[in-house]
Design a protein around this ligand. Sequence first.
Ligand code: NAD
Length: 518
Amino acid sequence: MARPDTEPRADDERLDRLATVATRGDGDRDRLVVEAPFTGDPLGTVPACTAADADLAVRRARTAHHEWADRSFEERAAVVERFGDLLWDAREEFLDLLQLEGGKARRTGFEELLDVVSHCEYYGDAGDLLAPERREGAFGLLSPTRVNYHPRGVVTIVSPWNYPLTLSVSDAIPALLAGNGVVLKPDEHTPFVALRAVELLREAGLPPDVCQVVTGDGAELGESLVAGSDYVGFTGSVETGRLVAEQAGRNLVPCSLELGGKNPMLVLEDADLGTAVRGAIAGCFPNAGQLCVAPERTYVHDSLYETFVDRLVVATEALTLGSGSDLDTDVGSLASGEQLERVRAHVEDAREKGATVRTGGQHRPDVGPYAFEPTVLTDVTPEMDCFREETFGPVVAVYPVGSTREAIERANDTDYGLNACVFTESHDRGRAVAERLDAGTVSVNDPYITTLGATDAPMGGMKQSGLGRRHGPEGIRKYTDQQTVAVSRVGPVAPPSWVPGEWYTTALSAVVKLRRRF
Ligand code: NAD
């Protein structure tokens, strides 16, 4: 497949200016080289921030957040709304950056950008979720009770490289709207998108210090960021998630962890095959499969298995692989040499141990140094690495199953529990199967867009796939300290000293009885 003529671009001066948005104290810093996966060439450099820079970022965000928190929700929402408009106006520049530092197909970048815009819209309209809320009082009208939602202070968002815009900015938007200061820690491979987004937030009217970015090595910055913050939103691997959770535990800092998955797709015997094949293509290969919710295991009823595999192979072979800035290329590059090695190792290991590569399975240096073909495997067995481990690439294994029950059991036979999908003609059956799956989100007749795109509904993992949720009311209230205030209209709820204990307990029993009755 030839490279298209048009390629994403960003000029060096612009990237150098963006690098200055990163927080750093006085003196020189080492530079971190960011590579362009489409070519393997250096794209630009950013400061390798130090632990002292991380402390400085947290301090600045903390000082600045007070004035920001004092503004009304509507004033904060106006800034976010302006940011959404500016982001949309600058979409071509963002798509270029997303492609250049992430190696993704432009269409995937476009979906990522839309996600941020929809977060600005949804949470910009969510003032009610943070308004003081009336709750039932202990003594009814005698003790009116309310819950207040206070900003926590400083929220640190640590994000991975696969969706560097949405996994930093979409998570930051509700934190900012809740009145917090925010520190972004983008992945080492993809810092420019976050730097540009923060520049744009400031242009939209966000006071300059409220949102900071520190670029650099996660292991070096992590401890300071976690210890200094009032909340940490981490997205990344299970391994790093455990470290962050340990640090958060030591410092009693609350955190949410959005981690990996080994997501199952179930094709039941009554599924429409065309829909199921389209679903597999739409789910397994966006962002070259480097998507936490992408299905990597497909369980297909015996009666459909052979036809499903044949049609999936045909549809997979029709996908275009490339690095251009057109919107028609289906699959871009893997994001780095490490990713290529991981994906290649999983496929080679499976091949050596007896799996059948139905299509794909090849590195494609003619397309780009890290390009890898969309791959369909069958005959995968438990001793192969890709049977249980997350591949995080354009590789799906298809397994035949004899019944829905077997499909559910095999789908749940994993330590992960992020996302799942079920294909069936019956929506009721789809919902019933979904309830039995260990996954934080389950889509019926769609791989993940219907759940991920439902910004009003929680998204996150069960089991080892994480703690906490993004999206919906949960996705903004987690960035608040919830405070209960109750007013007693009868003074202290305690008996005067002259009241005998028996009278007191009798009176309390009467209150309980009344409460039960009404
Ligand atoms: P990673 O854990 O290696 O890195 C993620 C981030 O953590 C990076 O910014 C990194 O610099 C930082 N980091 C590294 N060490 C740290 C430390 N000791 N303390 C604090 N931060 C540290 O993750 P990755 O391999 O780059 O990302 C891919 C993984 O992310 C996959 O497993 C994928 O499934 C998962 N993911 C999950 C979701 C979700 O919503 N559940 C979304 C996207 C990706």
